[in-house]
Design a protein around this ligand. Structure first.
Ligand code: F3S
Ligand code: F3S
Length: 116
């Protein structure tokens, strides 16, 4: 089980959640951040700091964000366009830095301007 980052993060990427995560399991893509489903320890510390309420426990995802559970996992466990291999389970996001790619659902969303 894990927490999931949904559509409100896309093109916003506040990154406040990254500072809160005790296990460094929030990875940066090109347009959104992704929580590693195996590395997350379900502490919930990331939830209240997100200014756009993008983060939910996977069983509590609103219906319109349900697809992001699978998309978060796809970021790590599917081959991604323009990325040589699956990201897998690196055991920490900081050492990798921004990965410059996105999971399929996020990659297919139309661009939007940053919200104020
Ligand atoms: Fe995104 Fe919210 Fe984190 S906007 S980067 S999920 S603080
Ligand atoms: Fe990290 Fe806890 Fe969120 S392990 S991803 S801060 S639920």
């Amino acid at each position: 089980m894990a927490y999931v980052i949904g559509e409100p993060c896309v093109d916003v990427m506040d990154r406040g959640c990254v500072q809160e995560c005790p296990v460094d399991c929030i990875y940066e893509g090109a347009r959104a951040l992704y929580i590693h489903p195996d590395e997350c320890v379900d502490c919930g510390a990331c939830v209240p700091v997100c200014p756009v309420e993008a983060i939910y426990y996977e069983d509590d995802l609103p219906a319109e964000l349900e697809a992001y559970r699978e998309d978060n996992a796809a970021f790590f466990f599917q081959p991604l366009p323009a990325h040589e291999d699956r990201i897998g389970s690196p055991g920490g996001a900081t050492k990798l830095g921004p990965l410059g790619v996105d999971a399929p659902l996020v990659a297919g969303l139309p661009k939007r301007s940053i919200r104020s």
